[in-house]
Design a protein around this ligand. Structure first.
Ligand code: ATP
Length: 331
């Protein structure tokens, strides 16, 4: 038996707990060997222990080969933003690919957002200048912009996408997004086989709704990537379908794009697809391609057969959908 992959599991709050349980059941069914070590973080953890991200959880995350995270509610910034920073995961990779058989606006959507994950407006540099006047600082550096651009072009090359589109607002934020574009253009020159395009973030939002098939890999600063990935989720049938990977040179953390969804939490209604796609991204990260393909094709079959939760037109609970997927898995 091979040495198990060591995974730090942080289910967090709300539907995070339910979708993570479903995804771990699927991972167990692949036959790949995992050791799952569970840790606490999030709102419930803060209420219980006075801290949203305990040192023990952070240590568990840095000791593991990968982190599997669910969602955190009001404490999201204390938990996930801090973990992204501590683990120096400079890429936030967010694929939005439509499933055959799932009702959605654009059934051939296949957009991957490569979002810069360490700076921009997410650095939390906000201050009160005077009562009634708050300032936020948006940080864009050449080093971070260049490394995320390189990742986007490498990803496009390795995954057979033709086009990378840099998203910006450089007509307003001339210096910060001017630098982001300058770095993107420089990196683009090293990839002559990939088309390089640029799009203002506001026009990109319109075009994604009217003609999403023109987009493939979107290279974005931090906040724009966050917003456009929710938009992309809407194109393919909702937030329940979109996974993400936070990747750095050393660490990898997988999490659904959605949050805790308090309106449906604890009811078994949460769609586990995003978390299950996180599981397949994690399998690919470890080079377990056969297992990843097995999960992905079984998930596609279940969705096409309407063996799904209500948001996709089915009538199954979160765990029943996971079981239906397992029933389609080979081996
Ligand atoms: P948070 O404050 O944690 O971000 P939120 O409810 O504001 O939570 P999301 O959790 O991202 O934001 O979700 C927004 C809405 O989308 C939810 O209220 C829910 O109706 C729907 N939703 C999100 N994830 C799922 C899912 N996995 N399955 C079904 N519906 C979902």
């Amino acid at each position: 038996m091979s040495t198990p992959y060591q995974i730090a599991v942080i289910p967090g709050d709300g539907i995070g707990v339910e979708v993570v349980e479903a995804a771990l059941t699927i991972l167990d069914a692949t036959g790949v060997s995992f050791e799952f070590n569970h840790y606490e973080a999030g709102d419930d953890c803060k209420a219980k222990h006075g801290v949203a991200l305990p040192d023990e959880t952070l240590k568990g995350a840095t000791d593991a080969q990968a982190v599997f995270f669910g969602a955190a509610g009001d404490t999201a910034a204390e938990v996930i933003l801090r973990m992204r920073k501590e683990l120096d995961t400079f890429v936030n990779l967010r694929p939005s690919k439509a499933f055959q058989g799932a009702e959605c606006l654009y059934p051939k959507t296949n957009i991957v957002i490569v979002r810069e994950n360490t700076e921009g407006i997410y650095m939390g540099l906000e201050k009160e200048i005077n009562p009634g006047e708050m300032h936020a600082t948006r940080v864009i550096t050449e080093a971070a912009s260049t490394r995320i651009a390189k990742y986007a072009f490498e990803y496009a090359t390795q995954n057979e996408y033709d086009t990378v589109t840099a998203i910006h607002k450089s007509n307003v934020m001339r210096l910060t997004d001017g630098l982001f574009l300058k770095c993107s253009r420089t990196v683009a020159k090293d990839y002559p086989n990939i088309n390089y395009e640029e799009q203002l973030v506001d026009s990109a939002a319109t075009l994604m709704v009217m003609d999403p098939y023109r987009f493939q890999v979107l290279l974005t600063p931090n906040l724009f990537g966050d917003i456009l990935s929710d938009l992309a989720a809407g194109l393919i049938g909702g937030l329940g379908l979109c996974p993400s990977a936070n990747l750095g040179d050393k660490y990898a953390l997988f999490e659904p794009v959605h949050g805790t969804a308090p309106d449906i939490a604890g009811k078994g209604l949460a769609n586990p697809t995003a978390a299950i796609l996180c599981a397949s991204m994690m399998l690919r990260h470890f080079g377990e391609l056969d297992a990843a393909k097995n999960v992905e094709s079984s998930l596609e079959t279940a969705i096409a057969n309407k063996q799904s939760t209500a948001d996709l037109g089915g009538s199954l609970s979160t765990m029943d959908m996971a079981q239906a997927i397992i029933n389609h898995m080979k081996g």
